[in-house]
Design a binder for this molecule. Structure first.
Ligand code: PLP
Length: 481
């Protein structure tokens, strides 16, 4: 074959494209026949791949066949209905089409000028989503890749609010600012600490606040910590509350936390990455109660919103401070429209910007608010069903209150010490996940090793939840032997 120096010819593209769409359809409709977690050892996939790229271009048939033979066996199937680990991230056909078209356009939304529709559709979809969960209209939003990055930007936004120091001009070290302190609960996601680390606050810059028996931040402990830090010469500047903690989906008391933030003039960021979407459901509006008094919030459509990875919505009431934190405009990025438009590059670290709003727009329109509500109601019903099933079997116990559809439980064979119970439950989850029939993850609560089962995948139905219970019971018995 002669060296290839242009893109794939149109006829070949159509042939391969049709085959790939056919493959995707077969994959998704037959996914239940696959193991959820692959049966591979570390290094096994890499071992079967060459150490260097080919000298000559290869046929796409060959590349795709290698994908099926050598890569797919090492994939954990996040789209599988028996995937009930972490927090789900399931994609859907309109989202897949959005990704495909966005790659075909491959337009860069760094400036309004560099692709006007990207900036404008982002504004429209982000506002649609904000209104669908009834957030205050003062929230201005932007799409980042992940909640971790959204929260990092929230902390940068908060830093810029500290008026008496010239942090933008002089940085943290030169501005004369005392050591900054950020507060979050001991059950907050690790991304909060990572964001603080990235921005130069150091591990000591984050202070973890104790939680109550429902794993919610205790406001009195927060205020005590703030006062102690002020007396010790620190500069408290930000609190991150969580609506839907990763371990148990507990909800921090945002109303009370917001009052404390107001009293001490602190930025309040809310991490609602997983659970925020549930505010769409009539009767569950309380989930976002108090958030209108916060300064910023993150919600991820790529978690419980059926939009493919990655898509995280960050809302702030002070976008001008976010811009102050990040905007640097060299000559080559100036445009004649600058005074009339929003250039999204000004609101974060990245310059290049994918067209994520397209897939979001497709999925929001495909389901509509009523469609989302119906799906969420079913997930919440299945969560309650599983909670009931566990609570009625005296070989098991629930280890945390069930807020939405995250169930934390453990096997509790009679006569075992706490240490033996931890070993037993760790053995049980390993045997469940190794079976390939179900994928669960774990956490530790008050020293107890706990299994987490989450129902938020688009393909999970009641039969899968009942099957999960059967798999768990079988593995309980086999681990006991
Ligand atoms: N916040 C919470 C509450 C989470 O549970 C997670 C991940 O599960 C994150 C943030 C981080 O999400 P991402 O992977 O989008 O950075």
């Amino acid at each position: 074959m002669k060296n290839r120096i242009t893109d794939m010819p149109s006829e070949e593209f159509k042939k391969q494209g049709n085959e790939i769409i056919e493959w995707v359809d077969n994959y998704l409709s037959g996914i239940e026949k696959l193991r959820v977690v692959p049966d591979v050892q570390p290094g096994e996939i890499k071992k079967n791949l060459p150490n260097s790229m080919p000298d000559k271009g290869e046929s796409f048939d060959r590349i795709f066949s290698d994908f099926q033979e050598k890569i797919l066996p090492g994939i954990t199937h996040w789209q599988h209905p028996n995937f009930m680990a972490y927090f789900n991230s399931t994609s859907t056909a309109p989202g897949i089409f959005g990704e495909l078209i966005s790659s075909a356009l491959n337009a860069n939304g760094m400036l309004w000028k560099s692709s006007p529709a990207i900036s404008e559709l982002e504004r429209v979809t982000v506002n649609w989503f904000r209104d669908s969960v009834e957030l205050h209209k003062d929230f201005w939003g932007i799409i980042y890749d992940t909640a971790s990055i959204s929260t990092m930007h929230a902390i940068a936004n908060a830093k810029e609010k500290i008026k008496e120091y010239a942090i933008r001009e002089k940085g943290l070290v030169g501005s004369g600012v005392p050591p900054l302190r950020l507060y979050t609960s001991e059950f907050a996601h690790s991304s909060v600490e990572k964001g603080a680390l990235t921005l130069g606050l150091g591990l000591e810059g984050t202070r973890k606040i104790a939680t109550n028996e429902k794993f919610q931040m205790i406001p009195a402990e927060l205020e005590k910590a703030i006062q102690a830090d002020i007396n010790a010469g620190y500069k408290p500047f930000c609190v991150v509350a969580t609506i839907g903690t990763t371990s148990v989906t507990s909800i921090d008391p945002v109303i009370e936390i917001a009052k404390i933030c107001n009293k001490y003039d602190l930025w309040l960021h809310v991490d609602a990455a997983h659970a925020g979407v549930i505010a769409m459901v009539p009767g569950y509006e309380y989930i976002l109660e108090g958030v209108d008094d916060a300064d910023s919030i993150v919600i991820n459509p790529h978690k419980w919103g059926f939009v493919p990875m990655d898509c995280s919505l960050f809302y702030t009431k002070q976008p001008e401070l976010l811009k102050k934190a990040f905007s640097v405009v060299p000559e080559y990025l100036k445009t004649k429209e600058d005074s009339e438009v929003e250039n999204l590059m000004d609101y974060g670290v990245q310059l290049g910007r994918r067209f994520r709003a397209l897939k979001l727009w497709f999925v929001l329109r495909f389901y509509g608010k009523e469609g989302y509500i119906e799906i969420y109601k079913e997930h919440l019903r299945l969560g309650k069903l599983f909670e009931k099933i566990v609570s009625e079997d005296n070989r098991f116990e629930l280890v945390a209150p069930v807020t939405l559809s995250t169930i934390c439980f453990r096997g509790k064979p009679a006569g075992m010490s706490e240490e033996e119970l931890n070993t037993f439950n760790e053995g049980m989850i390993n045997s469940i996940n190794d079976s390939g029939e179900l994928f669960l993850s774990h956490t530790k609560l008050n020293g107890k090793y706990v299994l987490r089962l989450v129902i938020s995948g688009i393909r999970t139905e009641e039969k899968h939840v009942r099957n999960a219970w059967q798999v768990i019971k079988n593995n309980y018995e086999s681990t006991l032997k």
